[in-house]
Design a protein around this ligand. Sequence first.
Ligand SMILES: NC(=O)C1=CN([C@@H]2O[C@H](COP(=O)(O)OP(=O)(O)OC[C@H]3O[C@@H](n4cnc5c(N)ncnc54)[C@H](OP(=O)(O)O)[C@@H]3O)[C@@H](O)[C@H]2O)C=CC1
Ligand SMILES: CC(C)(CO)C(=O)C(=O)O
Length: 306
Amino acid sequence: MTDKPRILVVGAGAIGSFYGAILKRAGCEVGVVLRSDYDAVKEGGFRFTSPLGELSWQPDRVYRADEKPDRFPDYVLLCVKVLPGVDRAALVRPWMGEHTGLVLIENGLDIERDLAEAFPEHPLVSCLAFIAVSRTGPGEIHHQAYGQLVMGNFPAGFDGHCRRLSSLFREGGIDVNDSEAVVGERWRKCVWNAPFNPLSVLCNGADTLSILDAPGGEDLVRTMMEEVMAVAAADGYPLPDDLVEKNLVGTRKMGAYKNSMALDYLNDRPIELDAILGNVVAIAQRLGVPVPHLTTVLTALRIRYQ
Ligand SMILES: NC(=O)C1=CN([C@@H]2O[C@H](COP(=O)(O)OP(=O)(O)OC[C@H]3O[C@@H](n4cnc5c(N)ncnc54)[C@H](OP(=O)(O)O)[C@@H]3O)[C@@H](O)[C@H]2O)C=CC1
Ligand SMILES: CC(C)(CO)C(=O)C(=O)O
């Protein structure tokens, strides 16, 4: 018997298998729901390369997406890409027992609302991942660097579920930043993602330094970041004035880096355009905040992806 919660990862790709590995290291029973990687993971588990050392693991349960659970988990970790046409509430519904909490580890802004409406009686924990990790083959994951999570309840607060999960993630070896205002943290992350991710796609998968070093590149990124800051403030989440300059300095220090959207583009996968940029522009329009640069980049990408 263990007092550690039972976890089920829905969408065990790069992020889901990484944070599943961390919770497994913390002593939780961890299962996964898989589509394309089912056979490989059932047979050989997840095989990792990581600066954190040996993270390879065999899930305690491996389900196909159309199976039914033999027992409900304490927490479902939802780690799919946030894409139009993907009904994430429908995806998790079969796996949610009466007392199951829902934990999102996904990028984007305003991505929790549908799930909060679909599961009003269930705890909802929203997490942001600061990590570079990718799937290199079926069941094969390359963790390049970092891993910190920022976590809190949606829309606000930090309850006992957050406390329990955040201490388990720490026990598994990663940093967690506890937040009472996770929506504000989503805005803060968006200040970085909303310019860099879409620009990298418009620039054929360019890395961060190529974007910043192009003539006018840094100015464009700065202006887009300032527009996101203005929308965040109008939405009730003012961010520190020096965030833009800190982001620019920090990005240069990180060295050339290809974000998750650049990798999706380069691998011919759909991109999370609405979650990362479209929702910012939609909120800006609702609140009457002018965001001409964000709108231009969004429109250019919509033309490209229509
Ligand atoms: N990778 C990174 O470094 C970072 C990623 N993020 C965010 O984390 C989230 C997850 O990204 P990431 O892990 O990289 O993406 P991946 O594409 O690696 O993983 C997504 C997983 O979801 C699975 N999936 C999708 N639909 C279903 C379904 N119906 N049933 C079962 N499984 C399904 C996919 O399976 P299948 O192969 O069958 O499609 C895949 O295994 C995104 O929001 C991303 O922006 C945030 C920070 C960094
Ligand atoms: C912050 C960063 C760059 C990696 O954690 C990310 O969110 C992404 O790659 O989309």
